[in-house]
Ligand binder design. Structure first.
Ligand code: PMV
Length: 316
């Protein structure tokens, strides 16, 4: 029996970095993600369509496979299984680009591993087990990426709390523009956190403001109040930029997106590379996306909301 699990990547609409320090953040699943095919096996074998393969029989673990291997081991231990699994990982998410690639791999891996061995995990259990992998990749992640990959849709997330699903009254399109520049999340998180040491009072006020503006952004999203949402996105980009996690390439894309007619734009994820999200006016996403593509910017339309992790089986 072959099991398939698919988990989505994500964009953070507001509150990245601040979420690590206790603020709410707003994030959404995107229609790019990771597909994992799994079957019961005597050992653990991981085949990545992009990064080669690894077998537990061969000893040394290449760095790319370590988080995935640990997520599998944690899952096997949790479900009390002695058997192993063979996994084939296929992803259309660019890595180290702020789109939640490592979380989507972890979530799909955990869900597929358990199912291939006839165990059903709750969504909370998938989050906990996928976090084993995320801690290896990112150090001290807030958990927002894993929660979006599991629950899907649009979520309001705060460390230590169950995410709150946001139901939109109408569909909303964002534009996703990627710089192609890779970043390391933990480096950006520690750079941003240095500001806490340098400016403790300003920092705590901004964590408070991030929480407040994120709630406002969620309300604006629900009511399709694009003007308010766009202004909040612009505010976040300025603050993130002042705190040193933007780069000129992202600032240039943002300027182009605003010139092309978007109401708001900001970096999404850890920054230092990766992608930006921009908010076009209602009904203008294709026109603006084409304008940006003509400028040579890698642009796609993100339609909200989309589902979280999904598991299914096929007879082999
Ligand atoms: O790894 P990224 O680029 O998707 O960023 C994750 C979001 C941060 O807030 C920067 C870190 C975190 O753990 O929440």
């Amino acid at each position: 029996m072959k099991i398939f699990a698919r988990a989505p990547g994500k964009v953070i609409i507001t509150g990245e970095h601040f979420v690590v320090h206790g603020s709410l953040a707003l994030a959404a699943a995107i229609d790019k993600g990771v597909l994992v095919e799994a079957e019961a096996f005597e050992d653990i074998e991981i085949i990545s369509k992009t990064f080669g393969s690894f077998s537990s029989k061969n000893g040394k673990v290449p760095p790319f496979f370590e988080p995935t291997l640990e997520a599998i081991r944690a899952t096997l231990k949790f479900i009390g299984e002695k058997k192993g699994v063979k996994l084939i990982i296929d992803s259309n998410l660019p890595i180290s680009s702020g789109l939640g690639s490592s979380s989507a791999i972890a979530v799909a891996t955990v869900a597929a591993t358990a199912s291939a061995l006839n165990h059903k995990l709750s969504l909370e259990e998938i989050v906990d087990l996928a976090m084993v992998s995320e801690r290896i990749t990112h150090g001290k992640p807030s958990g927002i990426d894993v929660n979006v990959a599991v629950y899907g849709g649009v979520i309001l997330y705060k460390i230590g709390e169950k995410p709150k699903q946001i139901k939109l009254n109408e569909d909303i399109d964002f534009l996703l523009c990627c710089s192609g520049i890779k970043h390391r999340t933990f480096e950006m998180v520690s750079k941003f956190s240095e500001m806490k040491e340098s400016y403790p009072n300003l920092f705590s006020s901004l964590v408070f403001s991030s929480n407040y503006f994120t709630k406002m952004a969620a309300r604006a999203l629900i009511n399709k109040d694009l003007t308010t949402l766009g202004s909040i996105m612009n505010f976040f980009h300025i603050v993130l930029s002042r705190f040193g996690v933007s780069i000129k390439e992202l600032d240039n894309i943002i300027e182009k997106a605003l010139e092309a007619g978007c109401i708001g734009a900001k970096l999404t994820g850890a920054g230092g590379g990766g992608c930006i999200i921009a908010l076009p006016k209602s009904g203008e996403s294709s026109i603006v996306a084409n304008r940006l593509k003509k400028e040579g910017i890698d642009t796609s339309i993100v339609k909200l909301p989309l589902e979280g992790v999904k598991v299914w089986q096929e007879k082999s």
